[in-house]
Design a protein. Structure first.
Lengths: 523, 701
């Protein structure tokens, strides 16, 4: 079986890896050809913002290379044409690769907004038959999509005291935080509210405050209207719709991505935003051609996230391995719309339904939205419950709660009877008995775990004459195991000594009773 | 010593101690019999079954609680008296993942490759899925140094007693006085380890010199870690990304290459009893290697043993694929050496047998064993998917159980043989640090109980087996020493006499003693075997890339909550010994299930209620204890009880493809109060009862 994979990025390489893993190495009939446009091994694109931030070395984010005699990788080679009748792919070297199955994993490219001044077109040769040259970004303007982009940005930061980031989505925030961490003065420009695809206005406001605290100037609700440039052609800044002008020798464009569909489109495969595929990742009109990752548009739409891409890779590998279509829709139990913004001091996680783009609730299951708004402390939590399940959440400055909500959301675990409990930290353990004041410890609480000695046992020992730690050890064996309870035993002895002068230790039990009741009520 | 320690003499005198052989009569009742009658019966049945169905039709199941001498002799008995390939033991449920990973990465499986006292001065100790405060209290004192420097890190879905040692929970979940408790979703600790290693590599926190000189495979490992950035791990494991970064940085700070006081990474069953247990331990070893911890004094990697002789029990031939001295049964040189010691031809030794779960599942099946001899194990309680194990035992033509008390497994046997326990016999045990320790006889056994060494001698004679069958533990040890010579676990420089002398000289204190390998009588032993090189072909440790897959038993709307399993302090293994000790039994008299108040509230369950837990296998019953010390999506149930309270009715028999370890720790479960359905017909209480209801015998993780 000949399989041709176009694209050797995070998803294309993962697909090949999965396919090699589930097929027997002896199955010589499998022949996989991979065409990769970049000249390097696959790398983790998600971590490019960490490289920009200086947290990770650019060499560190390389992903596993595939060493399998059945796999033939052509790096620096693009696919130029699909001949669907003959089932071949033509590459940029003019070679033809026959396929039984063609997997398009062409990814996406950074979207360049229409903005006067940011591109220039070098003059063509003017000779007849020559294709006009492509416009390119002017010096000082970068996108962040490839490892080369990251290298160039890192190099540019060395001489730039300031930078403008255009686009206030997830990547824009990560880049802004990373550059600010390098000591650059950063303006983040975004025509709508910050992260408006995921956040509603109140959440967005809290996120903005979080960035302000990292020293970033956030200019939202205002579009860039033009780039200002130096006579040498370098960028010097941006003009904004509100008539302000901001200056910086470095502009990073983080305005989203566009799926690479040209190859498919030219082959008359149906495309919309991305290449249209079924739940089984098959293109809608050609049973031999599949698309996965950022270039694909399954029925539920494009997400631009890596988790669905990797899941598609695994699913398609299994499908092709079994030579049959597995009739389970790709997005199974694992939801894939969890968005986490990385960066020092940044704590923003959203999942499922969030922000303003909420599908209408169904009639049978009313929807509840519960919010905790704490803007002054930089905290905002919002959860959405429907039919006994957490279907969406927004967590800003939520700390460990976000991780709890993620697993609740992902695994559909039972929700507390009052889901508002999810917004605080009752999920964590209560204070420990041994660090409590001796009065508040219930009599039944174990003090010495090694020997199963309760507070009640220690009180009994006291009542029968024990006074020192050594006495307690002799009568109850407390402290004679690991010794970790010695401090607690001393504390209880002190308390007993103090209360002996006043009254009986019985009040401890009463207090403990109250404590116990309180514990069951308060949680 | 803990409560189990000081009450252990009571196990010697329990009221239902087995004191005479028992044979099941035609009406299904166990009746007392003489040793001669019982042994003749066993020998003749074995002979008959093997004549009809072949040698492998008789299987043996051993235990990690047996002395080194008995573990050795049992392996020999299987290979040259029964000549069956089918021998394995309950250590498969305990240490097999750690053993497989250590062998693969380090070339040697010794629980700790350093004296336990090395831990005392460490700046940092990371415990992954281990709860020594409950399972091994004396060990906890060795964590004090790390606690005092805020360097104790515990990975456990439960706020275990050990996790409490890290100090109160900080609001940001990151820092606390004693260290940090990381509370991942069950079955995701491997992902957390990958996340920590990711940060170590990506932030350049590794010991590059050590990695270059003492390991191989770094590039592949680093590439494999690129896909486990902390925010992804947070989504998989429910662990905040800042915790992961913090542990990585703190570990680097504590590591010798950065001038730290030293760091240890220690694994336990929580990580290992999983279908990805070997890979989980491998991830822990990789982390330790990246930081340059393994083989450096004051740092290291280790795994905590679960059974009395969990270390020695896995070195001398009880394992399906193993010969004494930690040799592989598939290695021709190993076969020749051991065959020569045993006085047989190498070709007469059987090959590799089936690992425990596969072995138990094949009992009484077409082509599977027709007879089973059980030594030191209570498989009806301790094996996964226990109801199925019970069915398999019932399908046998012959089940022989050697035990000290009428365990649940003994109650199913055709022949029960009363044997000796700890203070009634001579022998040796090997500690988790590879320290060989003497066990001495302090009292006589009651009634007609006999040593298993004697049982095997008698049976070997009746089966006309070759070889020498001494009943003297010292003589058996000498033979073991010869058989182990040149192997990885080389005991050839040891004898009971040398051990006795050494103990007299040192008092047998922690950290003293003779650590294997001890290849000659003058050799001082090897406390730190990786100091200069790794016993691999290249002399370097292997960095083996691994990936997280997750538990086999997925959550679903029908089974929406995770069940995790484990021990409580007062009981040991299947509880057959400890449930018979009054003070231990009173402390924890019945099986319980721990759950978070929020979860209990969902189901309208109160403290003390009976709850029924159902998995895709079966249903069990337990009393509810409400606690904040567990995740709200997880319940915990200990495994020391039989019958309807046996948690292994619920566990899955899915195993690790490398180690054969069952996935004990994680199952998807459904909870219900009130009357259950489908609870009839498959309980141990339907078998003939010999003693009181509160019975049973030992074994496991």
């Amino acid at each position: 079986m000949n399989i041709v994979v176009v694209g050797y990025g995070m998803v294309g390489s993962r697909f090949v890896e999965e396919l090699c893993a589930i097929t027997s190495p002896e199955s010589q009939t499998l022949h996989i050809t991979v065409l990769g446009a970049e000249h390097c091994d696959p790398y983790n694109r998600v971590l490019l913002s960490e490289v920009v931030a200086g947290a990770y070395d650019v060499a560190a984010i390389t992903m596993p290379t595939i060493r399998d005699p059945r796999v033939h990788i052509r790096q620096g080679v693009t696919a130029t044409r699909i001949n669907r009748d003959q089932r071949t792919v033509t590459d940029s070297n003019g070679n033809h690769h026959p396929y039984d199955a063609l997997v398009l994993a062409t990814g996406a490219t950074a979207r360049i907004p229409t903005l006067p001044g940011i591109t220039h077109t070098p003059p063509g040769t003017g000779e007849p038959g020559d294709t006009p040259p492509e416009p390119s970004l002017i010096p000082g303007v970068h996108v962040l999509r490839t490892i080369d982009d990251a290298r160039e940005i890192v190099a540019a930061t060395l001489n730039a005291p300031a930078a403008i980031v255009l686009g206030g989505g997830v990547l824009g925030i990560e880049v802004a935080v990373g550059l600010a961490g390098r000591g650059l003065a950063v303006d983040l420009v975004h025509p709508r509210a910050l992260m408006n695809a995921q956040l509603d206005a109140p959440a967005s406001a809290v996120a903005t405050t979080m960035l302000n605290r990292r020293g970033i100037t956030v200019r939202t609700g205002t579009a860039a209207t033009a780039a200002t440039t130096h006579p040498t052609g370098r960028i010097t800044g941006l003009q904004l719709a509100d008539n302000t002008t901001i200056t910086a020798p470095l502009l990073i464009i983080t305005a989203g991505t566009t799926p690479n569909t040209t190859l498919a489109h030219t082959a008359n495969l149906p495309t919309d935003h991305g290449i249209l595929v079924t739940n089984n990742l098959n293109t809608t009109t050609d049973p031999h051609i599949y698309a996965i990752g950022d270039c694909a548009q399954p029925p539920e739409g494009c997400t631009g996230l890596i988790a669905p891409g990797w899941d598609q890779a695994r699913h398609l590998a299994a499908t092709l391995h079994h030579h049959t279509t597995i009739n389970t829709p790709t997005p199974r139990h694992d939801p894939h719309d969890i968005v986490t913004v990385k960066g020092a001091g940044i704590d923003i996680v959203t999942m499922g339904i969030s922000g303003t783009r909420q599908p209408p609730p169904c009639d049978t299951h009313p929807r509840r939205t519960i919010q905790l708004s704490d803007p002054d402390a930089g905290r905002h939590l919002s959860i959405i419950i429907e039919n006994g399940r957490l279907i969406g959440a927004t967590c800003i400055g939520a700390g460990p709660i976000a991780a709890d909500l993620t697993t609740t959301y992902t695994n559909h675990t039972p929700l507390p009877r009052d889901p508002a409990q999810l917004l605080l930290r009752p999920l964590g353990p209560a204070a420990t008995t041994t660090t409590d004041s001796p009065v508040r410890i219930p009599d039944r609480a174990t003090i010495c775990r090694c020997n199963g000695v309760t507070k009640g046992d220690l009180i009994s020992a006291w009542n029968s004459g024990a006074r020192s730690t050594a006495d307690f050890a002799q009568r109850t064996r407390a402290t004679t195991g690991c010794g970790g309870c010695t401090e607690a035993v001393c504390g209880i002895a002190d308390w007993l000594r103090a209360s002996a002068s006043q009254d009986t230790p019985g009040e401890g039990e009463a207090a403990a009773q109250g404590q116990r009741k309180e514990a069951t009520v308060s949680v | 010593m803990c409560q189990k320690g000081w009450t252990s003499p009571e196990v010697l005198t329990v009221s239902d101690r087995l004191t005479t052989p028992l044979i099941r009569d035609s009406e299904g009742n166990l009746q007392p019999a003489s040793w001669d009658v019982a042994l003749d019966l066993i020998a003749s049945k074995i002979t008959g079954i093997q004549a009809e169905h072949g040698r492998d039709a008789v299987a043996v199941f051993g235990g990690g609680g047996l002395t080194n001498e008995k573990a050795y002799q049992l392996g020999k008995f299987a290979r040259i008296a029964l000549r069956t390939a089918n021998i394995d033991y309950n250590g498969r449920f305990c240490m097999s993942s750690a053993a497989a990973a250590a062998n693969r990465s380090l070339g040697l499986d010794r629980g700790l490759s350093f004296p336990v006292t090395d831990l005392d001065d460490a700046a940092m100790v990371v415990l992954v899925g281990s709860n020594p405060s409950e399972t091994m209290p004396p060990f906890v004192a060795h964590l004090n140094g790390a606690r005092e420097s805020g360097g104790l890190v515990v990975l456990d879905p439960r706020r275990s007693a050990t996790a409490e040692l890290t100090g109160p929970v900080a609001p940001d979940g990151v820092s606390s006085t004693g260290g940090m408790h990381i509370q991942p979703l069950p079955g995701t600790d491997l992902a957390v380890l990958l996340g920590i290693a990711h940060v170590v590599v990506m932030e350049g926190l590794l010991d590059t010199e050590y990695v270059a000189q003492r390991t191989q495979g770094f590039d592949e490992l680093a590439a494999s870690l690129a896909s486990w950035w902390p925010e992804r791990v947070a989504q998989v494991a429910g662990v905040p990304a800042p915790q992961i970064r913090q542990v990585a940085r703190q570990l680097a700070h504590a590591s010798p290459h950065r001038g730290g006081r030293g760091a240890f990474i220690i694994t336990g069953r929580g990580l290992e009893q999983s279908r990805q247990g070997t890979d989980g331990v491998t991830a822990a070893i990789n982390l330790a290697l990246l930081l340059g911890l393994v083989g450096r004094q004051g740092s290291g990697f280790g795994t905590l043993t679960g059974q009395g002789n969990g270390q020695g029990g896995r070195e001398h031939g009880q394992k399906a694929d193993q010969l004494p001295g930690y040799r592989m049964i598939t290695d021709p040189a190993a076969r020749s050496h051991v065959a020569a010691v045993w006085g047989v031809h190498p070709d007469d030794l059987p090959g590799k047998g089936k690992p425990a779960v596969e072995l138990l599942n094949s009992l009484g099946q077409p082509g599977g064993p027709r007879a089973l001899l059980v030594h030191g194990s209570n498989v009806v309680v301790s094996a996964p998917h226990a109801t199925q194990v019970q069915d398999r035992l019932k399908a046998l033509d012959l089940l022989v159980v050697c035990d000290v008390v009428p365990s649940e497994t003994a109650m199913l046997a055709d022949v029960v043989l009363p044997v000796l326990q700890w203070a009634e016999e001579e022998g040796t045990m090997t500690s988790l640090e590879g320290r060989v320790l003497r066990r001495r006889k302090n009292c006589d056994a009651p009634g007609d109980a006999r040593s298993e060494l004697w049982v095997w001698q008698q049976l070997a004679g009746r089966l006309n087996a070759p070889g020498v069958w001494s009943v003297d533990a010292g003589e058996v040890f000498d033979e073991l020493a010869r058989a182990s010579a040149g192997g990885k676990a080389d005991y050839s420089g040891l004898s009971h006499a040398r051990l006795d002398e050494h103990e007299a000289a040192t008092g047998g204190a922690d950290g003293s003693g003779l650590y294997w390998p001890v290849p000659s009588p003058a050799h001082p032993g090897t406390p730190r075997p990786f100091a200069d090189a790794f016993p691999t072909v290249s002399g370097r440790a292997a960095l083996v890339p691994v990936q997280h897959v997750g538990p086999s038993d997925a959550l679903s709307p029908d089974f929406p909550v995770y069940l995790v399993t484990g021990r409580v302090l007062q009981h040991y293994q299947s509880g057959a010994q400890t449930r018979r000790v009054e003070v231990l039994h009173r402390a924890v008299p019945e099986v319980f299930v721990e759950m978070h108040p929020l979860l209990a509230d969902v189901y309208g369950i109160d403290e003390g209620d009976d709850v029924h837990l159902t998995t895709r296998r079966s249903t069990a019953r337990a009393t509810v204890r409400i606690t904040n010390n567990i995740r709200h999506d997880t319940v915990f149930m200990p495994f020391h009880w039989p019958g309807l309270g046996a948690v292994n009715r619920l566990t899955t028999a899915v195993t690790d493809p490398i180690s054969g370890m069952p996935e004990f720790k994680v199952a998807a479960v459904h909870l219900a109060g009130g009357q259950p359905t489908g609870l009839t017909g498959d309980t141990t209480s339907t078998t003939p009862s010999l003693a009181s209801e509160q019975t049973t015998s030992e074994v496991l993780p």
